[in-house]
Design a protein around this ligand. Structure first.
Ligand SMILES: Nc1ncnc2c1ncn2[C@@H]1O[C@H](COP(=O)(O)OP(=O)(O)O)[C@@H](O)[C@H]1O
Ligand SMILES: [Mg+2]
Length: 418
């Protein structure tokens, strides 16, 4: 019964490039932008950034060599260069050895030592090749880009979860962060991207500009072209549900896809996948033998699946991230206020007005015993609402009316934090 062309469910891992749907147009636009610019790709966690970046890697536009690295756990620019060099060698060994390393003693020395160090030893060999590899990050970074620029080959350097690395660096050494960003900006401006074979695509779940803004460093990255991953549309959610269930022989009535749209709110694709998979499991578990067995799934099944999803341990750690990251990235008094406001909004059926939120904000400020002049209070309030919108917690659902962006997140917030 199963149609072989129906994709698997993906409930956490990036979607395989062959199975990736709804992103064709966006991927085309990305390549078009990359022809002349460096790009910053932002969207919340679990919405499909890495899947798109994997797609660029597996189906590169004409003439591009694509090298990607994940920067999440890195805390020094030198570590970033080593990570890039390591995957560069892994994925493009011929270009790396014959061209990139040619005339670059630091790297050639390391290549010669790989055999000695053993499997996976390139990073170790790089460190041994220059005992001062950390302090010399600027030299090695400059040499690296210089080596690429010695050839005609266009090279796209994709760094995923880059804002996390910047925050890690900042925690250890704020001056190093500033030096690194200034160096990197210089490398993006001279040569101008139009005359450069090097392209950067930076991915991240954190609002990088907001974060750097609060450190007074946003001017160091504001030349990057800011591109948001578009949220899936209602029509795409409906198409997804129809294909994934219909393709597996599940019977359902028209109320089902419509209710999926309602319960998802602004869809976080991961939750769309999890809920649809759960509907499929319900169908498979249905009791056999009587007429009920062939009862099509309905909107009620969707409601039950979502109510269970919010309580499930599978969703728990994914949702917890949304809660915890406010603690990590927001500062007082916006931090406490953000928690209080989200709790209040989660209790409503269709959100709160800007005025109501503003009053709530003032109440929190007073409760915290903060004496702020009116203009300061306003500034903090506006900034907080802006951040909550930017970080995809809330959306303006009607004029001056704010509600949770994700229906799943709203139900979860209400259950655990209201
Ligand atoms: N185009 C898509 N269609 C359907 N589901 C998707 C799509 N892109 C992502 N997902 C879902 O989102 C999950 C996370 O994808 P991923 O690319 O790792 O997101 P991110 O890098 O933004 O955290 C996947 O496991 C899958 O459930
Ligand atoms: Mg990712």
């Amino acid at each position: 019964m199963n149609d072989k062309s129906v994709p698997e469910f993906y409930t956490g891992a990036p979607v395989d490039s062959d199975d990736l749907r709804f992103r064709e147009e966006f991927v085309g636009e990305l390549w078009e932008t990359l022809a002349t610019k460096h790009v910053l790709l932002t969207a919340p966690r679990r919405t499909g950034k890495t899947s798109v970046m994997d797609h660029l890697k597996h189906f590169p536009a004409d003439g591009f060599v694509v090298v990607s690295a994940n920067a999440q756990d890195l805390s020094h620019p030198a570590e970033l260069f080593h990570a890039i060099l390591d995957t560069f060698l892994d994925h493009h060994p011929k270009f790396f050895r014959d061209k990139l390393a040619s005339g670059w003693e630091f790297v050639k020395g390391a290549l010669d030592k790989i055999a000695e160090v053993g499997a996976g030893g390139f990073k170790i060999a790089l460190r041994e090749s220059d005992p001062n590899w950390r302090d010399n990050w600027r030299q090695h970074g400059t040499d690296f880009l210089q080596q690429i620029r010695g050839h005609e080959q266009s090279v796209l350097l994709m760094i995923d979860e880059f804002p996390d690395m910047l925050l890690n660096v900042q925690k250890e050494d704020e001056q190093l962060l500033r030096d690194f960003l200034a160096w990197w900006r210089g490398q993006r401006q001279e040569p101008h991207p139009r005359n450069d074979v090097v392209r950067w695509l930076i991915g991240g779940s954190v609002n990088l500009k907001g974060t750097l803004d609060s450190l007074g460093m946003v001017d160091l990255i504001n030349d990057l072209e800011d591109i948001a991953l578009p949220p899936l549309t209602e029509a795409q959610v409906i198409e997804f549900v129809r294909q994934m269930l219909g393709g597996r022989g599940v019977a359902f009535d028209d109320s089902l896809p419509a209710q999926m749209v309602v319960r998802l709110g602004r869809p976080i694709p991961l939750f769309m996948q999890m809920a649809t998979q759960e509907l499929y499991r319900r169908w498979k578990r249905r009791p056999g033998g009587d007429d009920m067995a062939n009862r099509p799934l309905t909107a009620e099944d969707v409601d039950q699946v979502f109510d269970d999803l919010v309580k499930s341990s599978a969703a728990q750690d994914k949702l917890q991230h949304y809660y915890s990251r406010i603690n990590r990235y927001y500062t007082e008094p916006r931090l406490s206020a953000a928690y209080e406001m989200l709790a209040k909004i989660s209790l409503t059926s269709d959100g709160l007005s800007r005025d109501a939120l503003s009053q709530e904000f003032d109440r929190v400020i007073q409760q915290e015993g903060l004496q702020l002049p009116t203009h300061q209070r306003k500034r903090h309030f506006n900034q907080m609402l802006h951040d909550l919108e930017n970080d995809f917690y809330v959306v303006e659902v009607g004029e001056n009316q704010y509600d949770f962006a994700s229906g799943v997140l709203k139900s979860w917030w209400k259950k655990y934090y209201a």
